[in-house]
Design a protein around this ligand. Structure first.
Ligand SMILES: NC(=O)c1ccc[n+]([C@@H]2O[C@H](COP(=O)([O-])OP(=O)(O)OC[C@H]3O[C@@H](n4cnc5c(N)ncnc54)[C@H](OP(=O)(O)O)[C@@H]3O)[C@@H](O)[C@H]2O)c1
Length: 248
């Protein structure tokens, strides 16, 4: 494995969209740092799979992103591991309803700290290194950041905040660092969401012009394109949603 290969940190990458993104960047010769919180087994399996393909090309780091001390440690360990960091993909997130009138403070803290504060603190810690490497940031947002999903006001607001950060960083961290976002539509259904039942899913897919859900690889390809093939793209948020955002 070349000591010069670029390095990407993908948060929440043990499974689903984060894992697909890690695989996709790895295929483009990136060394990847798979961040996880609880899914150690999945993270280790993914690292093993990628290291079998290219020895010494993947590792895993654990951190709870609601804890600023753990974020600082993650940032430090990520840079130290291969003595460089070129790409940060802010993918980790939580998604659940908070109907107005019954908001619990621990739900607020979880949503805001994971989806909004953690990317801010990570960029605070990593911007110097990303600047040194002329690196880039990709934020995983959501089409619901623009047109909110019923009963998810706080989730939608955290993603709208991340969209705003994307534009601020694109302005403030350039020219050294490019920052972009990807907004998925319906791609992988949440595993334990309390209100998205089968009827809801079928109804939602009827409103997608392509009439189907996307695949994790659709999102991973968009992130990889922004990282590897789009040197003049900065401050953009690409909706990868089968056209849903033009028909909401
Ligand atoms: N799936 C979709 O269709 C869809 C649609 C719109 C937007 N998105 C966005 O795309 C991104 C990826 O989606 P996804 O569905 O693949 O995500 P996901 O499975 O819901 O979450 C990804 C990871 O986030 C990590 N995470 C959650 N809270 C954390 C915390 N406090 N500290 C550290 N890690 C934490 C979890 O890690 P552990 O499992 O290790 O605990 C989880 O595996 C997210 O930003 C999401 O909002 C996805």
């Amino acid at each position: 494995m070349s000591d010069h290969a670029h390095v990407a940190l993908i948060t929440g990458a043990a499974h689903r969209l984060g894992a697909a993104t890690a695989r996709s960047l790895h295929e483009r010769d990136y060394r990847v740092i798979i961040h996880y919180r609880t899914r150690e087994h999945d993270a280790r399996k993914l690292v093993e799979e990628l290291n079998e393909r290219r020895p010494g090309s993947a590792t895993a780091l654990q951190a709870d992103l609601t804890n600023p001390d753990e974020i600082n440690a993650l940032a430090r360990e990520a840079v130290d591991y291969w003595s460089r960091l070129d790409v940060l993909v802010n993918n980790a997130s939580v998604f659940f309803p908070t109907p107005t009138g019954s908001l619990r403070m621990d739900d607020w803290d979880n949503l805001v700290n994971t989806n909004f504060r953690a990317p801010v603190l990570l960029v605070e810690q990593l911007c110097e290194e990303l600047r040194l490497q002329s690196g880039c940031i990709v934020n995983l947002i959501d089409i619901y950041s623009e047109r909110p999903l019923e009963d998810h006001p706080v989730y939608a607001a955290t993603k709208a905040a991340l969209a705003s950060l994307t534009r601020s960083w694109a302005r403030d961290l350039a020219p050294a660092i490019r920052t972009n976002g990807v907004s998925p539509g319906a791609v992988l259904w949440p595993e334990d969401h309390p209100t998205l039942d089968e009827t809801y899913k079928q109804e939602l897919l009827k409103r997608v012009p392509l009439h189907r859900a996307g695949a994790a690889e659709d999102i991973a390809s968009a992130v990889t394109w922004l990282v590897c093939d789009a040197p003049y793209v900065n401050g953009q948020i690409i909706n990868v949603d089968g056209g849903r955002s033009v028909q909401m």
